[in-house]
Design a protein around this ligand. Structure first.
Ligand SMILES: [Zn+2]
Length: 242
């Protein structure tokens, strides 16, 4: 989170810790309440439960942010470039590489309150932390809620639900739809459209072949890279032994 926050966000941050500690509100309930009260989030949009809860190991999220105790932690993570996609991804650094600096004038909450919230969080956190579900479904990231236009995610078994309802409390759509049923309906629809149009079938077949070739090439590239890495390692081991 940036420094120099607007006053209402600082106030909200302060209240968040209070509410978590005093009333045992969950981050989802807190996000829903802030959105109801039209308090703008640090990014000036709507609050999401993850803005509040974040990730304990990475010390992100408002309830994990020691900046509010007047403590800045540098070097928590490094950014690496994925050689295939060129995308920057954050990797946590080991804790002994972190650099901590006390800056008392930035403190906005007391240790006692922080400790109470951490104890509460500890009690409810699972061994896996709040790791996101990572298995992708056919339509992951493509579905929009019919009521609010927000994204839809799998929860409660194998059903898609509006994630704005769950994570922000800003939508009332609570019905959800079974993943298998939805996939079948969309695929049937696509098939019907394709069958009625030869031009589209040819286009589909050509795109399918292109994608297959791309995946194959990507697989070969990865294999070559791994083989080279293996050879380098073996040479290194041999040098060490020598
Ligand atoms: Zn919705």
């Amino acid at each position: 989170m940036r420094l120099g926050l607007p006053l209402d966000v600082i106030q909200a941050t302060n209240n968040l810790s209070d509410e978590r500690a005093e009333y045992g509100m969950t981050p989802r309930q807190i996000a829903a309440r802030l959105n109801r009260e039209a308090v703008s989030s640090p990014g000036c949009g709507q609050w999401n439960a993850s803005t509040i809860n974040g990730n304990r190991l990475r010390r992100i999220g408002i309830l994990n942010n020691e900046l509010y105790l007047g403590r800045i932690i540098y070097n928590r993570q490094k950014f690496l470039k994925d050689p295939e996609t060129g995308k920057r991804t954050a990797r946590p650094n080991p804790e002994d590489e972190w650099i901590t600096k006390e800056v008392p004038r930035l403190r906005i909450i007391e240790d006692a309150l922080w400790d109470r919230v951490q104890a509460l969080k500890q009690r409810y956190s699972s061994r896996w932390g709040n790791k996101r579900q990572s298995n992708k479904r056919l339509f992951s990231g493509l579905l929009k809620c019919g009521c609010c236009g927000g994204g839809m995610t799998i929860s409660r078994g194998d059903r898609y639900y509006c994630s704005a309802r769950r994570e922000k409390g800003t939508c009332n759509a609570d019905r959800g739809i079974g993943a298998a049923e939805l996939e079948q309906r969309v695929l049937n629809g696509l098939r019907d459209i394709l069958l009625g149009n030869e031009g589209l079938i040819n286009e589909f077949a050509a795109e399918f072949k292109r994608e297959l070739a791309r995946l194959r090439k990507e697989g070969h590239g990865a294999r070559r890279r791994l083989l080279k890495e293996q050879q380098d390692l073996e040479r290194g081991i041999k040098r060490c032994l020598d």
